[in-house]
Every structure is written in structure tokens, then in C-alpha cells.
Design a protein around this ligand. Structure first.
Ligand SMILES: [Zn+2]
Ligand SMILES: [Zn+2]
Length: 289
């Protein structure tokens, strides 16, 4: 069995294995060495955040008949996309595909902050009152559908090897769970690590209630895009234990903790400012953050 056939046969097992494996490892780490004290009931948050994850995976299966690797296999069979039309070694095509797909995720993340309607969807990720491993998987169903559509389009244009797509998905999932972890890492290790991967202290800045801090550190796996495109910010002003997590205007537990509240969150309030253009916080009535 070739690597692509293996990936096609065990796709679900590979993804579920990494998801639950990372959940267990980071979840335990959070118990042993937490970075911040949680402000609301962990049981309520975990049940609702993970509830949303399971609801999303059910809906995704209904909306999209094939997985991303299915699209990659179809692209390969039909000679669609860059790497299926040029002469390139499979190893190099895999590495480039993983890096390019990560860049697309970075651009997509900047986009969902910049476009008001998309920010409404992405607010669900940011409205979590605490920051831990389950925050990393907490996204509105419509944002997940949008992400899948963008991923499928990228695959059709890029023509990545099938196994590279699952490696990309597993890395993205694992790093998202790692860097949303409420975990303590020695500063010296964080310094070195964040040259290669987005660390919890780096991504936590992005979950601050302060606009200028929210509009920083958009990367999920690779930390380079933020440094290259000028969106990198080293630390939060108030420090990691002093900073406030969430969105200023959304504090009602029914709205931000419960799954029903999360699903209706994008439809609350009027569309006003262009989110990313506000770099300083003013407490005006039509502010969306
Ligand atoms: Zn964000
Ligand atoms: Zn995040």
C-alpha cells in the first residue's frame, strides 16, 4: 500500500487519533502547569466548546461529500493544479504545499478580522471568556464551511500530494490545540520555539480584548507570516496573567459560553466599523469588538 492509499483508507482514524491525543496531552498539561487561572466553569466551557466541535463535524459531512484528501486525489487524477502539471519531486511538492496552505490560512485569518460580516463569524472563536485547548477548536459552523471551501479551492489550484494534505491538516489541528493551551512554558524555550511554531504566549496576544493586540499574531502554525507582513507582536501590554481574554461587548455567559449562544452570536448587533482598521479602542456604541 502506497502512502496515499494508506492516508485515503485511514483518514478518519488519523485525524481523530491526533485530535484526541492532543486533547489529552494539552488537557493534562493544563492541569499540571496552568498559565492563567480560569474565570468561568471549565466543565461548562468544555462541554459547549467540544459540543460545537462535534456538531460542526456532523454538519461538514452533510455539506461536503468528500474530504480535502478526496479533492487532492481528484486533482491528481485530472492533472489539476500547479504541482500536478509541472515537473517536481513529490517531497518538494509536499513541503511547498504545506507551507503555502499555511500561508493561505494566515491570509484567511487576516481576512475574517478585516471584513465585518466575516468577523461576525470569527467572533465566536474570540468570544471565549477563557483561553485553553478547547478554544483552539471552537469556530462557528459557517466559518468552518468557509474554511473548507477555501481549502478545497487552494487544493484544486495547487495540486498538492494527497499525503501532504493530511499532514497539513494534522499539523494545523495539533498546533492550534497546542498554541491555545493554557500552559506554562519557560520563557527561554518559548523564545526558541516561536522561531519555528506559534506558541501559546504568542497566540494568546491575539485573544486580548484590546483591538491593537487582537489584530496581531494571526498565524496558526508557522510564525513567519506575522513577522514578514508586519502583524507580529511580542507580548500583551498587561502581561499574560493580567490581560483580559475575549471581546469587550460580549460577556453574557448565555451568549458566549453556551452552544446556542455561540451559534446565534454572528447575528447579534448591527454591522458597523471595519474591524481591522480600528487600532485603538474607543468605547463607542457601534463598536463591534
Ligand atoms: Zn482571530
Ligand atoms: Zn485563536
Amino acid at each position: 500500500m502506497g502512502i496515499d492509499e494508506f492516508v485515503m483508507s485511514y483518514e478518519k482514524e488519523i485525524r481523530m487519533g491526533f485530535f484526541f491525543g492532543m486533547l489529552a496531552v494539552i488537557g493534562l498539561w493544563e492541569l499540571i502547569a496552568p498559565r492563567r487561572t480560569l474565570s468561568v466553569s471549565k466543565t461548562v466551557r468544555w462541554l459547549n466548546n467540544l459540543g460545537l466541535v462535534f456538531f460542526n463535524s456532523f454538519i461538514i459531512r452533510l455539506v461536503f461529500p468528500v474530504a480535502a484528501i478526496g479533492v487532492a486525489a481528484a486533482a491528481q487524477g485530472n492533472h489539476w493544479g500547479l504541482f500536478n502539471t509541472i515537473e517536481i519531486s513529490v517531497g518538494l511538492a509536499a513541503i511547498l504545499s504545506i507551507v503555502i496552505m499555511d500561508f493561505v490560512i494566515y491570509v484567511q485569518h487576516v481576512m475574517v478580522h478585516a471584513i465585518p460580516v466575516l468577523w461576525r463569524l470569527h467572533r465566536v472563536h474570540h468570544a471565549d471568556l477563557d483561553y485553553d485547548v478547547t478554544t483552539g477548536a471552537r469556530f462557528h459552523t459557517l466559518e468552518i464551511i468557509l474554511s473548507m471551501a477555501i481549502k478545497f479551492a487552494t487544493i484544486v489550484l495547487l495540486g498538492p500530494p494527497v499525503f501532504a494534505v493530511i499532514i497539513f491538516e494534522v499539523i494545523l489541528n495539533a498546533t492550534a490545540m497546542f498554541n491555545h493551551g493554557n500552559i506554562r512554558l519557560p520563557k527561554s524555550i518559548d523564545r526558541v520555539l516561536r522561531l519555528l511554531v506559534v506558541t501559546p504566549d504568542m497566540h494568546r496576544v491575539h485573544h486580548s480584548v484590546e483591538d491593537d493586540e487582537t489584530n496581531s499574531n494571526f498565524g496558526f502554525s508557522l510564525p513567519w507570516w506575522d513577522r514578514m507582513f508586519g502583524t507580529y507582536r511580542d507580548q500583551p501590554r498587561a502581561g499574560h496573567t493580567g490581560m483580559t481574554i475575549g471581546i469587550h461587548k460580549f460577556k453574557d455567559p448565555k451568549q458566549v459560553l453556551w452552544i446556542t449562544g455561540m451559534l446565534t452570536l454572528p447575528f447579534k448587533g448591527k454591522i458597523s466599523h471595519y474591524a481591522i482598521n480600528r487600532r485603538t479602542w474607543t468605547d463607542s456604541k457601534d463598536n463591534e469588538l
